[in-house]
Design a protein around this ligand. Structure first.
Ligand code: GCU
Ligand code: CA
Length: 239
């Protein structure tokens, strides 16, 4: 990595950690640079299948409303990628044993566009949006009516058809589990039991795998008993 010294001359500089170099010339101008825990240092085998996508489709999409770049699967690590947890702690947040190589942590760093708060339209809550139990994200949570079918519903976009891992964050301060069906685009795809979390302010995330179609999907958490749903905070879609 080249920098400029005080006399204006090019000079090797910098610390490189947790990076990926893939295809083409992997490194150049490395004299004077501290390099460790990068894909080229670790000798890991790189292939397209390490990534969710290596396609540049969508790079020219508009920025998001807050000015950030569009959320794309490009160069995000696949769930089975051997680049996960291969990095070294450099003081930035990470999940798992160690940081992943590359720009995106996996799993656990859900792209912002894929977290769906239960209180935010187009989400539907057949009950009330409450704030009385601490620890929720966003501006509230869905307290479904205690009735069969009093559901929370989310609308999520998937870039391609396929299996998605959903994370449903909930709290259940009642003694027993609460049962629900997961209904995707009108079809029941799974039965979910939301066990007691011990307190209404104790939130946990339940993971379920469901099929999604390309484009818009409705994902409904539909209680199957008169106890209704647990309180529902949000739905994460790691599609
Ligand atoms: C309590 C609690 C609610 C919860 C409800 C329930 O009233 O305060 O947040 O939704 O129990 O049993 O569903
Ligand atoms: Ca309730």
């Amino acid at each position: 990595m080249l920098g400029i010294d005080s006399r204006g001359a090019a000079v090797g500089r910098g610390n490189l950690r947790n990076n990926i170099a893939y295809t083409g010339t992997l490194t150049s101008n490395m004299a004077g640079t501290s390099s460790a825990y990068n894909s080229w240092d670790l000798g890991v085998t790189l292939s397209d299948s390490q990534f969710q996508s290596v396609s540049t489709t969508g790079w020219d999409a508009p920025r998001r409303a807050d000015g950030s770049l569009p959320t794309l699967p490009h160069l995000r690590l696949a769930a089975t990628s051997t680049l996960i947890d291969k990095g070294v702690d450099v003081g930035l947040p990470y999940t798992g044993r160690a940081p992943d190589l590359g720009a995106f942590e996996q799993p656990g760093d859900t792209p912002p566009g894929q977290r769906h708060e239960a209180e935010t339209a187009p989400a539907v809550c057949q009950g009330t949006i409450d704030t009385n139990w601490a620890g929720f994200s966003g501006s509230g949570f869905c307290n479904g009516d205690n009735a069969t079918g009093a559901h929370a519903q989310f609308t999520a976009n998937a870039s391609t058809a396929g299996t998605a891992t959903l994370g449903i964050r909930f709290a259940n301060g009642a003694g027993g589990a609460r049962a629900a069906n997961l209904v995707v685009n009108g079809s029941t795809v799974a039965a979910v039991s939301f066990e007691s979390t011990g307190a209404w302010s104790t939130w946990v995330t339940k993971t379920v795998t469901v099929p999604l179609t390309a484009g818009s999907n409705t994902i409904r958490v539909d209680p199957t008993t008169t106890a209704g749903l647990p309180n529902i905070d949000y739905l994460d879609v790691n599609a």
